[in-house]
Every structure is written in C-alpha cells, then in structure tokens.
Design a protein around this ligand. Structure first.
Ligand code: BGC
Length: 743
C-alpha cells in the first residue's frame, strides 16, 4: 500500500483533484449522495486533527511536520474522513501548507466519490498558524476600536491569507458575549455588549465569507462559536456549568449568532459546556429547535474538541461512547471534531444499523456538509488566491491601524503625549507574546522561539527606536528585579513607562483564582513611583485584571487589548503622540475583585448596602474602575445632540454634532444609550442602541444623523418573546439626556 501512495504523492497530479460533480446546486449534492454508501456518509461527518496524520514524532515544537501518506490513506480512503483540522504544536510556512494540501488532495482523489477534504483552522486574529502571516488585534482589541468596517476588512484579509495557506474554513469569529471578566476566553470576544458584539460579528462574517452563497477564491467559510451560552459559566472558568434562564439566553447570548447567521454564516461550532445541567452537545432544543427552527440556519454544525467523547467521560450523561454518539447526532450535530480516533464513524454506523439514529438524520447532516464543500468550490479543485497578497503592505497597514485604534487611554494627568524621553521597563515590555496572546504560532502562543516570525517590534524595541532606553525588570510577570538606571535610589525627574499585565494563555490554561495580577507587578509600580518617577502604565491584558491598589500611582495609563504584531509600534506611537489614541472600553473595568457589574445592569444591582428606600439611582455600588465606553483623547471634544422627533413609530432619528475643540486631530466614538423607564421586565439603566464615530481635524465639526430602528428598543418579555413596549424612554448621548416616547 505504501508504494502506491508514494507514487500518488510523487506524481503530485491531483492538486486540482476531482471531476464530479461540477455544479453547485442542491441537486448536485443529492446526486452525489445517491452514490454514497453509509460508510462514506458517516466518514463525511468525521473530523480528525492533523496531529494523527503526520509523519514521525509529532511532539517536537520546532521540527518540520509532513503529512503521512499511509495514515492519510487510511483515514481518507479507508474511513472516508471528511474533514481535518489545525496543526500540531506550531505554525507552518505557506510552502509546508501547500505540500500538505497537495498530498491530502491527491489521496482524496482516490476516495470512491473523490469527495474533497474540508480543512478547518483556528484563524483567530489573522492566519495565526501560518508563519509570517499578518497578525491583527484579537477580537477584544477590534471591539475597542468600535469599528465595524475595520472588522470587515480584517475578516477579508484573514480570508485571503488563509486561502493562500490552502485552507477554506476558519473557526472564527467568537460570538460569545463576555460578561464575566474572570473568564479566560474574554479576549477572544467582542466584549460585554451583545449589541456591539452583534454589529462586529456580522460585519466580520461578511468580510471573511463574502456575501454570496458561493464563496469565491478570496473568501472562506466562517464558524460562529461557541453556540450557545459558552461564556456564562458561573465559576468563571472554561467549560464549566452555566445556568441561564431562557429570557437571559435570548436577550444576551442568542442575538450575536442570529445577526451573523443573517449575514450568511455557513457553519457554527457548539459550546463545550452545559446549560442548566444539559451539555449543549446533547441539547436538541438548542441545536435543532433554536438553531434550525428559529434562526433558520441551514449550514453545518461542528462539535468542539472531543465533545461527543465528553458526553460520557466528562459530563456523564451518556453511558458509553456509542450512547454519546447517538445522543449528539440526534440532538443535531452534523460533524464531530473527534479529533483523534476512528471510533466515531464506526459507532455512528452501528447506531444507524441498530435504529438508534435515523438515516434521515445522517442524510440531513451529510447534505449540509457537502453543500458547504460545494459552496466553497472545493469540487472545482485549484483555488487561486493571489500569493502576492500574503502579509502584503496593505494587510500590514490594516494591522497597524487596527492596533492603533484598539488602544484605550484610561487616564492622563497631562503626561501624554510624552514630553520627555522615558525609560521603559516591565515584564511585558520586551516580548511579542503578551501582545499576541493565545492562537499565535501555537495554541498557547507562548513559545519564544516561534513568537517573532513576523519580525515585529516589542514595546521596548519600538520605544528604543524613538530614543527611549529599556531596562529589564526581570522579564517575568512574577518578578520585580530592576536593572541599570532603573535601580537608582532616586528616579526624581524621570519618566518611566511600565508595561505590565498578563502573559499569553488560551482556554482553560488561562483560568484564574482571583482578579489580581502577581504581587511583584504592584510592587514594581509602587516602588518606581515612590522613588519619584512620573509613571506611565501600559496594561497588556486580555481581561480587566485588578489595578485598584495601584491606579493612583499612574500619571497616565494606556490599555493595550491584545493588539497583535503591531502592538509595540502602536503603543510607542501613541505614547509619543504620533497619533491620537481613540479606543473605548468594550467592557466595564471592575474596581473590586468581587464586584462585576455590567454597564447594562438594573437599578437594584447597584443600590449598595447603604442605599435608602428611594432606590432611584442604581449607582451607589456601581463604581467600576473605568466604565464601558470609557476612553480619553489627546484633544478635547464637544458633543451635542437633538432628536428629530420624540414619538417613535418606526425609527428614532438623532443628530449628533461632534466637534474637535482641541489642538490635535483625532477619532471620537459616541455611544448612544437608552433607558426604558417602565417595562414589564425589570429594565436596565442603560442599553446600547447606536454609536456615532468621526475622524476630525482640530476645529472641525461633523453632524451624524443616526437612524435607530424601533426594534432596537425591544426587550424579551415574560413569554420570552422580543417585543417593543410602548412607553416613556430616555436617550443618553454623551452628557445629554433626551426624553422620547415609544408609540
Ligand atoms: C476550542 C475551539 C477551537 C477548537 C479547535 C477548542 O478547544 O474551544 O475554540 O476552535 O478547539 O482548535
């Protein structure tokens, strides 16, 4: 067998693999299905990790990795496996990817019906598993820019670089809404607001996948994840139990997915956790009634990692693996990210033969999978994206701009832009790892040997390029060990930029026991300030780690929300005033480690123990370190607004006038909130309903006319339906409050 395979591989004949079927209609899927055996069908529903299909010792971090023809033949031809994912331990060059996909295509062409493999990858902030690819800010950084057009562009460019790597499917975007800052996947989301996350996610989806049913060579299929309610674990830890009332599920966790499905998303990935005691992978109400019935989703639903296995060996709702397979497929799963054995298709076949899973369920899933393959043009063979676009100047310019726009100026006592060349220090100053975080060259993004393939500058390097001097503080987030001039008894008259925060982590590896950073970091900040320096803090962290006890020590403070490869350059540019930082927090930054109250809380959530009986404020115990939407500028702004009319039938029209009243050009984002004064369900004190964004030169003014559809003022009522209730409302635009009435 091995000889035959080598022959196939060495002839490298079938990169453009298959001849049939050529058309892209549902009938073509039907025709193909009529020729498929049950073995082929259950194989289609199987996804394996590439780790199982590589030559040699796959555990080596830096070794070159090659597909193993024998293993691939066994998986693809003998077992009809329909999909493969990811990398083993590290990223590959475009050339390595090309060789791997050629081998896979050549072997797929030996399958009875020559069905091509659907390769999927975690392309999370750019094509992060291809060496030298453009690395953009993570979603939390994109959300801080409040820029849906930029999100679309990042989606488009990531799609191109992923196609160049031979891959047509990304496990992105994350549409979980991060309402608990303890959660380790906080930075993978668009933040705390369901509304902002819906806008960002729909736009990114259109960018990455395009807007046509058939996806062209420059786009790839998205996978919205992790459907549904993944971020709401009550422990704050990854993949742990969530208890979510239906009203809450519909109000906070479903709309992001609904918006991206409306935008055409072809695939979704399922939440690994359980909701109200039912693992989502076994939940037919969520996977079928809601996803298919209500949202009208016609695409493919893939499990998350090993989640059918986990139904019996982790969640323990199935008595064995076979029971778990039947449970998940009957609930509505189309494809199992197995990821590393071939028991799944065997057991699924047995389930069908024993009547545990109806054949109709198999046919439904296979149809969805094949339709995605056809929509992606996989049966046409060679995709020809323009190689010159890989990490091209345009993509790098987008990544730099996105990194700049992600930065949030939290505090500034007239210290920034820097008037004096500073010293630079801190554990996150001299590495790209904390700027890129997880999903960067490797899963955890923490290997220094891999971190700098993009040849980007760290904060320290970018600051030194502008005349500053870097002094190590120990280069470890748990250490404070000053060096060089940083050890001087007095730092009087000096300005010190301190980069501090989190190292990289991904998924459960990032679970934490409390919100505080390692004590050494607070000691460092206090110690430098107490020796007389002017202190400029730069927080590099994927979630709002507690700074309550050191906030007063900062003369200025910049938050860098995982800005990617260009983060160093962007941070240095912001500190030196080469541009005006404009990011706004897409989450509430808590002051106290146990008080995580979101911006859209209720009156009672924030009355505080000392509140009297009037209970009319809802602010007494809502004292975050920084509010949702907070972000300063180097220039000054004035914001005024008028309502075109105050009684709303169809839409509310508000004119927002924004003027740059200072001396520096800048971008300004003005969130618009509403408050429902009386509602059938306890209303929030603040709901996001729109925002205005402008770029203005000093002295310039712009009037933005916002049209806010009536549906934006809806709530999920007592029968768990979205309704717009007539009544009195308030609209908050900057400092101004307007009354209006919903008719
Ligand atoms: C993660 C997913 C990811 C998948 C494949 C899982 O552990 O939860 O977000 O797409 O692995 O790497």
């Amino acid at each position: 067998m091995r000889n035959v395979l080598f022959l196939v591989a060495s002839l490298s004949i079938v990169w453009t693999s298959c001849s049939s079927p050529e058309t892209h209609t549902t009938d073509a899927v039907g025709d193909l299905m009529s020729k498929m055996s049950l073995d082929e069908k259950v194989g289609e529903m199987t996804q394996l990790t590439i780790s199982q299909l590589l030559e040699g010792d796959k555990d080596e971090y830096l070794m070159p990795q090659r597909g193993d023809s024998t293993k691939l033949y066994d998986a693809l031809v003998n077992h009809h496996v329909g999909s493969i994912l990811n990398v083993e331990s590290h990223d590959y060059t475009v050339e390595q990817w090309t060789a791997l996909h050629k081998l896979i295509a050549s072997i797929s062409s030996l399958k009875p019906n020559k069905i091509p493999v659907l390769y999927g990858i975690d392309a999370i902030h750019g094509t992060n598993y291809t060496k030298g690819a453009t690395l953009y800010p993570h979603q939390i950084g994109q959300a801080a820019a409040w820029d849906t057009v930029m999100a679309k562009t990042i989606g488009e460019q990531t799609a191109i670089e992923t196609r160049i790597s031979g891959i047509p499917w990304a496990f992105s975007p994350v549409l979980d809404v991060a309402r608990d800052p303890r959660w380790p996947r906080f930075w993978e989301t668009y933040g705390e607001s369901t509304v902002l996350a819906s806008w960002m996610g729909a736009s990114y989806t259109k960018g990455m996948q395009g807007t046509e049913a058939e996806i062209d060579d420059n786009h790839i299929a998205v996978s919205l994840k992790h459907f549904l309610g993944y971020s709401a674990s009550i422990t704050g830890k990854d993949r742990t139990q969530a208890w979510i009332a239906e009203r809450q599920l519909r109000r906070y966790y479903l709309p992001t997915f609904a918006a991206a499905i409306d935008a055409g998303a072809k695939t979704v990935m399922i939440n690994s956790g359980d909701i109200n005691g039912i693992p989502v992978h076994a939940n037919k109400v969520i996977l079928t009634d809601i996803l298919r019935g209500e949202l009208g989703f016609e695409g493919l639903a893939v499990t998350d990692w090993a989640d059918i296995h986990y139904l019996f060996n982790r969640h323990r709702v199935a008595k064995d693996y076979k029971d778990a397979v039947a449970m998940a497929i009957n609930a509505g799963i189309d494809m199992s990210m197995v990821p590393d054995d071939l028991d799944f298709p065997r057991l699924l076949k047995e389930c069908v033969e024993e009547g545990l899973v109806p054949m109709s369920r198999i046919n439904e899933s296979v149809r969805r999978i094949l339709q995605v393959k056809m929509d992606l043009g996989l049966f046409k063979g060679n995709v020809k994206p323009d190689l010159a676009l890989f990490n091209c100047d345009e993509h790098k310019a987008t990544a730099l701009k996105a990194a700049q726009n992600s930065l949030v100026l939290l505090k500034n006592n007239h210290v920034l832009p820097l008037k004096k060349t500073p010293m630079v220090t801190g554990p996150t100053a001299n590495s790209l790892i904390p700027l890129n975080g997880g999903w960067s060259h490797s899963w955890q993004g923490d290997n220094p040997g891999l971190a700098n393939t993009g040849k980007a500058r760290t904060i320290a390097e970018a600051m030194e390029a502008r005349g500053a001097t870097y002094y190590s503080s120990g280069e470890d987030i748990n250490v404070w060990a000053p060096t060089g001039r940083l050890s001087m008894a007095s730092l009087e008259g000096e300005t010190v930029v301190i980069a501090f925060g989190e190292w990289s982590y991904c998924e459960g590896v990032g679970d934490i026991e409390d919100m505080f950073l390692p004590a050494a970091q607070y000691e460092m900040i206090k110690n430098i300030k107490e020796r007389g320096a002017t202190v400029v803090g730069v927080i590099t962290a994927g979630r709002p780690r507690n700074i309550r006890d050191v906030e007063n020590y900062f003369d200025a403070l910049l938050y860098a929300p995982m800005p990617g490869d260009f983060g160093g350059e962007a941070i240095a540019g912001a500190l030196f005033g080469e541009f005006n930082p404009s990011g706004k927090l897409p989450f509430t930054y808590p002051r106290q480690p146990s008080s995580h109250v979101t911006f859209d809380h209720r009156v009672a959530d924030a009355m505080g123990v000392a509140a009297g009986t009037s209970g009319d404020k809802g602010t007494a115990s809502f004292r975050p370190q920084f509010e949702f939407g907070h972000g300063l500028s180097y220039t000054t702004w004035s914001v005024t607004s008028t309502l075109a009319y105050v009684k709303v039938n169809k839409e509310l029209v508000v004119n927002v006038t924004i003027s740059n009243t200072g001396n520096m050009a800048g971008k300004q984002t003005v969130p618009v909130y509403y408050e429902d004064l009386v509602a059938s369900i306890v209303p929030s004190v603040k709901n996001l309903c729109a925002f205005a964004q402008v770029d203005l030169a000093p002295g310039e003014k712009a009037v933005i006319e916002l049209h806010i559809p009536r549906e934006r003022f809806a709530l999920v009522d007592v029968s768990n339906k979205w309704v717009v209730e007539p009544g009195d409302m308030k609209l908050m635009v900057g400092e101004e409050v307007h009354d209006f009435v919903i008719k």
